[in-house]
Design a protein around this ligand. Sequence first.
Ligand SMILES: Cc1cc2nc3c(=O)[nH]c(=O)nc-3n(C[C@H](O)[C@H](O)[C@H](O)COP(=O)(O)OP(=O)(O)OC[C@H]3O[C@@H](n4cnc5c(N)ncnc54)[C@H](O)[C@@H]3O)c2cc1C
Length: 431
Amino acid sequence: MSHHDVVVVGTGLAGLTAAVRLAEDGARVLVLAKGVGATHLSAGTIDVLGYAPERVDRPAEALGALVDARPGHPYALVGAGGVAAAVDWFKARIAAGPLAPYAYAGGVEENLLLPTAVGVARPSAVVPETMAGGDLRRDAAICIVGFRALKDFHPALAADMLTRAGVRARGVELDLVPEGRVDVNALGFARAFDAPAFRAEVKAQVVAQLGVEERAAFPAVLGIADPHGAWTELEHGLGRAVFEIPTLPPSVPGMRVHKSLHETLRRAGGRVILNAVVTGAEHRGGHVSALRIRVGLREERRGADWVVLATGGLASGGIELDSRWKARETALGLPVTGVPEPGAERFRPGYFEDHPMARAGVAVDHGLRPVDGGGERLYENVLVAGATLAGAEPWREKCGDGLSLSTGYRAAELVLAASTAAGAAAGVAGS
Ligand SMILES: Cc1cc2nc3c(=O)[nH]c(=O)nc-3n(C[C@H](O)[C@H](O)[C@H](O)COP(=O)(O)OP(=O)(O)OC[C@H]3O[C@@H](n4cnc5c(N)ncnc54)[C@H](O)[C@@H]3O)c2cc1C
């Protein structure tokens, strides 16, 4: 049985953040995950707090009020200062990562207002540099450029919705198809945009269609290997601000985040094993000593001093409900709180309503350790981060990635602090 300092379960934003932060401080880190997480589906923006419940303009300020009013919210465990520290760390890692000089813009002080693919304004705090030019608080007309072959991105629809909201916008569509393929998704277009010849063709077709004062919007497919190159080349070539609008899955900006953090982890000596499902744990008293894992058809055991559980909750299979609505935490069998009683209301009709089911998850104490129904710490060496945590409503509050980033970062800081303290105590005992 191999042994690591830390095993992180899950390779979403929370798991990768914890893993990178730990590995860069010298910990021997192994990440085990069933598959990739929500990075490949969501917008690739770090939405810190979009609604509380009204639209938030200044997230840092609103976070203070939120944690005062909702002490059970996971943000109360990291605080506004902790969120800001995690955001600064994340921005620095992306800017120094394998896609550099691709970088993120913004911060926790204010939300930008970015258009979605259906032309609705969404508040977001920390966004790819390639999206920041779409801030709708700026009064500049927008020409949305789409590709007929890219399904689920319709410039005319987005422009019409924006126009109804008072933004001057219109759409144009190009007939360019990468490599002459019949069915191309966002990733196929992103790969095409990595090639200078495709960028040149797009520029040539678009330039004559743009009004003098219009900024140009594209679906978020401007390169996967060289997004900074593709974006700056279009800005220079078209002589105006160019920005990306997130698409439906797969999410190219989210894949860039995953690639950046994964490669940064590898450079720091950490390792990721995919298709590794954690199915249980062996423990001695209040310590987990080893994890049971299913890798394909093989059963394995992995030992660790620490475990960071970042399995993403209901959306990623970290928490499952059976046909009787009984909830189960799939990796370690931890208790799940906040699930409505049988017969009680679970969901409300409106998508963004306060769904009773939304706050279900694993309850933790101030040290991110899982607790039982009476609030007693279950394991000393297990920390929980990200969407697995109980108490938030990430969809409604628009805080999913801010929460996963900041709690993943906090989990790593707590492990590092505890390891340093244990090391110092051992030094004193040995002297
Ligand atoms: C389509 C979509 C759109 C979204 N849009 C937004 C948005 O606009 N703004 C926003 O703030 N948030 C958004 N979110 C939410 C946000 O993306 C997530 O809350 C956040 O990224 C979750 O990150 P995580 O690391 O906590 O979990 P995840 O990214 O879900 O990762 C969980 C990981 O755990 C692994 N795993 C699960 N169970 C096991 C097991 N037993 N053993 C081993 N591995 C396991 C999974 O394979 C995965 O690697 C969106 C989510 C989706 C799906």
